[in-house]
Design a protein around this ligand. Structure first.
Ligand SMILES: Cc1cc2nc3c(=O)[nH]c(=O)nc-3n(C[C@H](O)[C@H](O)[C@H](O)COP(=O)(O)O)c2cc1C
Length: 459
């Protein structure tokens, strides 16, 4: 069976994820695998259409495409995202159509599901026959139990390809009628109240709606509001995954481009940040992804702490719950407060104007209140996962994070809670007595609400 492996790691041959594909090659002699380090070679593939064409011809000849990628900021790396954009820009979709597809990722399972959803949706958009994804922990291959599980995954996709098994589409095509947004007359600017606002966009001349929406937003504020286009920020390349930043947050690109200066001087100092982007396939652009990935020099520290964050999106975000979840999770996990999303989906310029105005007012108002919505599952679970990883296996590589967690109370364990432990010990014993158990069960609902009622009645 011919398998084309598209490796989404910028580390190429030294990719952890690649080892999983190589393991399959060893265990399944019937697999004729070809390996394409498309993320590592992205600059070459952008420049050299012939080299890109060779990858595409290999995909065309394959019976199965294996998307092999590491998790980068809740999704695939910027380099891999750029490769995806080239597929559409160079009209190479037909090489993928009707090919079977499977995906394997490695990560620490921090939002691995959103990355897999993205790749699955991409396969559906390309008309591929998606057979499933496998989210491996980085070092799963070291465990015989996990190796067995991984081999079963491969055995099953091999068997499905042989049989020509039918597959189902999970992500129906996006339906998006082009609509030209024309801003109406201006409105009085929102008083900044001393807050610093930054509007960041990646709009290109092709993104007319996004450009106009970002302009409308800008005009809702007085002149001194800061605005930047990501294409004007000097960024020499994508994150290399080298983790040099882990020790002291110094990136190998420092001194080679202007990313750090931009991030430190303009992103970190803002109280309110609007991120404006157009949907490119099922995500924002690879330029935006480059921006997120390169901010990894801050490793796992919450760079948006105390900031209000709003997203201005051109495109059918309402049909893309996965992207919405990624952006929500990014904001929440980075300590920011999500103001919301404004899109051009209503297809009505006056309504979009009104929403942008409201967006501007709300963001500044919330900044004045230092409002932070309560954490949802996204950052509650995310923080626990990260805490355990930084305290444990990742500690010596990410010493900067370890120090940060120590200083900022990130290690909120062991949970002493002596009162709770005493009560649990006592009650566990008492619950063994049928009469007490019956009494507790009878009173549970009343007891649960009792302390809350006391607050409602007394404050
Ligand atoms: C910039 C960057 C971002 C990352 N983001 C995530 C993430 O969002 N979730 C996660 O579980 N792991 C994340 N990781 C960890 C990698 O996914 C993991 O180390 C992976 O095994 C690397 O695979 P590779 O060697 O094939 O590149 C990130 C690593 C880097 C360098």
């Amino acid at each position: 069976m011919k398998v084309a492996v598209l490796n989404g790691s910028p580390k190429g041959e030294k990719s952890v994820t690649l080892q999983y594909a190589l393991y399959l090659q060893k265990k399944f002699p019937a697999f004729e695998m070809t390996f394409h380090p498309v993320a590592r070679q992205i600059q070459n593939l952008e420049r050299d259409e012939e080299a890109f064409g060779q990858v595409i011809e290999d995909v065309r000849a394959a019976e199965l495409v294996l998307w092999a990628f590491p998790l980068y900021f809740l999704s695939v790396s910027s380099q891999f995202k750029r490769f995806v954009e080239l597929i559409f820009a160079r009209r190479a979709e037909d090489a993928f159509r009707n090919r079977y597809a499977a995906a394997v990722s490695t990560s620490i399972h921090f939002f691995d599901h959103t990355a897999h959803n993205y790749v699955h949706a991409l396969c559906d958009d390309l008309g591929m026959r998606y057979l499933g994804g496998y989210s491996a922990g980085m070092y799963d291959l070291l465990s015989s139990k996990e190796r067995k599980r991984f081999l079963l995954f491969a055995e099953n996709f091999q068997e499905a390809v042989r049989r020509g098994a039918p597959t189902a589409i999970a992500y129906p095509p996006l339906s998006w009628a082009p609509f030209a947004y024309h801003p109406g007359p201006g409105q009085p600017p929102v008083d900044l109240g001393g807050k610093r606002v930054l509007i960041l966009t990646d709009a290109t001349p092709a993104d007319a709606n996004l450009t106009a929406m970002a302009q409308t937003l800008r005009e809702r504020f007085p002149r001194e509001v800061d605005a930047a286009n990501l294409h004007d920020v000097s960024i020499a390349g994508g994150c290399l995954g080298c983790i040099s930043c882990g020790y002291d947050n110094r990136c190998v690109y420092f001194g080679r481009d202007g990313y750090r200066e931009f991030f430190e001087a303009r992103v970190k100092t803002a109280d309110v940040i609007f991120l404006a982007g157009a949907m490119k396939d099922r995500a924002l652009s690879s330029r935006w992804k480059l921006f997120f990935d390169r901010s990894f020099y801050n490793t796992h520290q919450p760079v948006l702490e105390g900031k209000q964050v709003g997203f201005l999106i051109s495109g059918p975000l309402g049909q893309n719950a996965n992207l919405r979840e990624m952006l929500t999770a990014y904001t929440e996990c980075m300590g920011g407060n999500l103001v919301g999303f404004v899109t051009d989906e209503p297809g009505d310029s006056a309504l979009i104007d009104a929403r942008i105005h409201e967006f501007a007012r709300t963001a500044v108002r919330l900044a004045g209140q230092s409002y932070l919505r309560p954490a949802t599952f996204l950052s509650t679970a995310g923080a626990k996962l990260m805490r355990d990883a930084i305290w444990g296996p990742l500690r010596f590589v990410f010493l900067a994070d370890h120090r940060y967690y120590q200083r900022h109370g990130g290690y909120d364990f062991p949970q002493r809670q002596y009162k709770v432990r005493l009560r649990n010990a006592l009650m566990t014993l008492l619950m063994r007595i049928p009469a007490t158990r019956k009494d507790v069960q009878k009173r549970t609902i009343d007891e649960m609400v009792k302390p809350l009622r006391q607050v409602v009645e007394s404050r």
